[in-house]
Design a protein around this ligand. Structure first.
Ligand code: SF4
Length: 695
């Protein structure tokens, strides 16, 4: 597979999961092209993927372990981690330690981290930055379907007649998937609808833009459900055979006739009526949702409100229709599959289900397994601040920047007795760690990832590890061996880890669960082609789930959930009169540790900015390009004013990417409140009450 010719690998950025062909130049660089044979992108790459070759190099790389500013070797480093964790566990119990990992981990890294924490340390205190990205979708899927199942595939977007994009700037955040939609729209009519308070690039390419008031998605989709019921558009046969909870969900939506929806969302009645008619009158509808839905204090309810409409109409699991969550990170899905969230277990099993625990415990021959969920991301760092967590291992992520209330998180990391950070470059978080471990990065790592449509692809190495950098799974296994768990962590390569993961999934599938990659075991690891799961060990499986029911609640039925719109705790007032919304821009990725190396990418939007409506700018004496200060009770930033009516009056928008590393003007997540969804634990990164003034 990866002999002569380009190396076939996968882009390390968004959840589209594009295939990339890499031709190394033998001097540490490489040229990059889209893989025409990869079913996620068929050769397309977006600006970030095309610039991957420009982001290689050793600038700022961490090349050796470092303990309190003193370079050390791996033996001393791993001995120290094992000793600190073992001491904390001995003195304070297993829940005094924690791992905080990443949707950019490869599945094999994720698997061993989860196995060590949940099966051997005996705590569920492993959570991931995917908590910030799609935990509300996971929770919504589980309560509707009985499992965290994404029903459809990317082809459904090309086969749909109507695509509704809710809280998703797909044109910038999942560009290749958006390009696929636009290409399909040139072949036949597809009506694109964007639901977003901002007039994004996606909205500007859509046929219809519902600029709802921030946070009113539940009211919109309750209104749609009300219309579905009122028009007799319920698929009675599907509901009778496969769905519970219709009458309760419809009753919860009974106070949402058209006029009420218009009043709450601020969308014109005629436009709403047109949208509802389009949705109810079109069989092939896909509703895509992303961070604008998930990152809310009622994100799970928003997901349920969307899924309710698809279940009521039976529009799920068949070509061109279904609810579709798109993930932000390249391997958020793989993390879900191995149980990287603190409330899940491996193979889409539940940690609070005794049968599931028994299955995994037996398979792992695990000495200990927690019965309750562990700390979710925001709570984990609060527990560091209060001293509950004594030892923390952060891998492949930069929480001192990316978590809400980031100043508090930075202080919590500094307050924790022992913090080890594994990363490839210096970040705001490595600078305050006790111990830093040099990890391998994209181009050096070897493993698998799963994209938003459940397609597993290989990430293949094409560069040697720099310095003495090691793969994350190797570092985790090194610590596990030193903690006395050597037999269970004696992996020689990622293929052995994946084989174990696949075997566990087969066991879970035979116990009636959705996740099954046991069929991958028949392939040589390096030859694995990009492939959707389920992939059972014998026979073939449908690419889509639920066309004829088969949900994963014990009775096989799906659940519609009665949801009532809730008001966010992040309300404005005289002191903080604006709502601050955050998100991605087209050409940067997360905290810019890789994309900032490409001058070409930085030309798109070169510095931090705040979008301000012209009326708000005028009222506050702010001219275009002025420096402005945006502050909440948690912190503030200074950024350039971008005066535009793309963002509605009373709200501001700032990108999430810039950090103290790139600018002295602050990091936007220091401003954001840490209010979380009570079900999913996902923080409300789309909404914090702030004040605005000219700097
Ligand atoms: Fe990479 Fe996403 Fe762009 Fe594809 S769309 S090239 S996965 S960033």
């Amino acid at each position: 597979m990866s002999g002569a010719g380009p190396i076939r690998t996968t882009c390390p950025y968004c959840g589209v999961g594009c295939g990339v062909l890499v031709t190394p130049d033998g001097k540490g660089g490489a040229t990059v092209a889209g893989d025409t044979a990869h079913p996620a992108n068929y050769g397309r790459l977006c600006s970030k993927g095309l610039a991957l070759g420009e982001t290689l190099g050793l600038h700022d790389r961490i090349l050796a372990p470092r303990f309190h500013n003193r370079e050390t070797d791996w033996d001393e480093a791993l001995d120290t981690v094992a000793e600190k964790f073992s001491t904390a566990i001995r003195d304070h119990g297993p829940d005094s330690v924690a791992f905080y990992v990443s949707g950019q981990f490869l599945t094999e890294d994720y698997y061993v981290a989860n196995k060590l924490m949940k099966g051997y340390i005996g705590s569920a205190n492993i959570d991931t930055n995917s908590r910030l990205c799609m935990a509300s979708s996971v929770a919504g899927h589980k309560r509707a379907f009985g499992a965290d199942t994404v029903p459809g595939t990317y082809e459904d977007l090309e086969e749909a007649d109507v695509i509704v994009l809710v809280g998703s700037n797909l044109a910038w955040c999942h560009p290749v998937l958006f390009q696929r939609i636009l290409a399909a729209r040139q072949q036949r009519p597809i009506t694109l609808v964007t639901v977003d308070p901002r007039r994004t690039a996606t909205a500007e390419s859509s046929d219809m833009h519902l600029a709802i008031a921030p946070g009113t998605d539940t009211s919109l989709f309750n209104g749609l459900l009300h219309r579905i019921a009122a028009e007799g558009a319920v698929n009675g046969d599907f509901v009778t055979r496969h769905v519970e909870g219709l009458s309760e969900a419809v009753a919860a939506a009974c106070d949402m006739p058209l006029e009420a929806v218009a009043s709450v969302t601020g969308v014109d009645t005629n436009l709403l009526d047109e949208f509802f008619s389009l949705w109810t009158g079109t069989e092939k509808v896909v509703t895509v949702y992303s961070q604008g839905v998930n990152q809310a204090s009622d994100g799970t309810d928003k997901v349920s409100a969307i899924i309710n409409c698809h279940l009521a109409t039976g529009r799920i699991g068949r070509p061109g229709m279904g609810p579709f969550s798109v993930t932000g990170q390249p391997n958020a899905m793989g993390g879900r599959e191995v149980g990287g969230l603190s409330n899940m277990l491996a193979a889409h099993l539940d940690i609070e289900n005794s049968n599931h625990r028994a299955l995994v415990r037996g398979f792992w021959n695990a000495p200990a397994m927690p019965e309750k969920s562990g700390l979710k991301a925001v709570d984990m760092f609060d527990a560091c601040a209060t001293g509950q967590i004594k030892a923390l291992w952060i891998m492949c992520t930069n929480p001192a920047v990316s978590l809400p209330r980031a100043n508090h998180v930075r202080d919590a990391i500094e307050a924790c007795d022992f913090v080890v950070v594994s990363d490839i470059t210096e970040t705001d978080t490595t600078r305050i760690a006790d111990l830093v471990l040099p990890a391998t990065g994209w181009g050096e790592k070897d493993g698998t990832v799963t994209n938003s449509e459940r397609r597993i692809s290989r990430q293949r190495p094409f560069l040697p590890a720099p310095g003495v950098a090691r793969h994350d799974w190797q570092a985790i296994c090194g610590v596990a061996r030193r903690m006395g768990f050597g037999d269970a962590f004696d992996y020689q390569n990622p293929a052995e880890i994946f084989a174990e993961h696949a075997a566990l999934s087969g066991l879970a599938a035979r116990a009636g669960r959705d996740f099954d990659v046991s069929g991958f075991a028949s392939q040589t690891y390096d030859d694995i082609e990009p492939q959707l799961w389920p992939s059972p060990g014998t026979g073939t499986a449908d690419e889509r789930f639920f066309a004829d029911g088969g949900f994963y609640h014990p009775d096989g039925m799906a659940r519609m959930v009665a949801v009532h719109p809730r008001t966010s705790p992040n309300i404005t007032g005289p002191e903080y009169p604006f709502i601050l919304n955050t998100g991605r821009i087209r050409d940067q990725w997360h905290t810019m540790t890789r994309t900032a190396r490409s001058a070409r990418l930085s030309r798109h939007l070169a510095e931090p900015f705040v979008e301000i409506h012209p009326d708000d700018a005028h009222a506050n004496g702010i001219a275009p390009a002025d420096l402005v200060e945006v502050a909440s009770q948690h912190g503030g930033i200074v950024a350039r004013a971008l005066v535009t009516d793309r963002t509605p009056r009373g709200t501001l928008f700032a990108p999430m990417h810039w950090t103290a590393h790139w600018t002295a003007l602050g990091r936007v997540d220091a401003v954001m409140a840490a209010v979380t969804d009570p079900t999913s634990g996902q923080p409300e990164l789309k909404r914090t009450a702030v004040c605005l003034r000219k700097a």
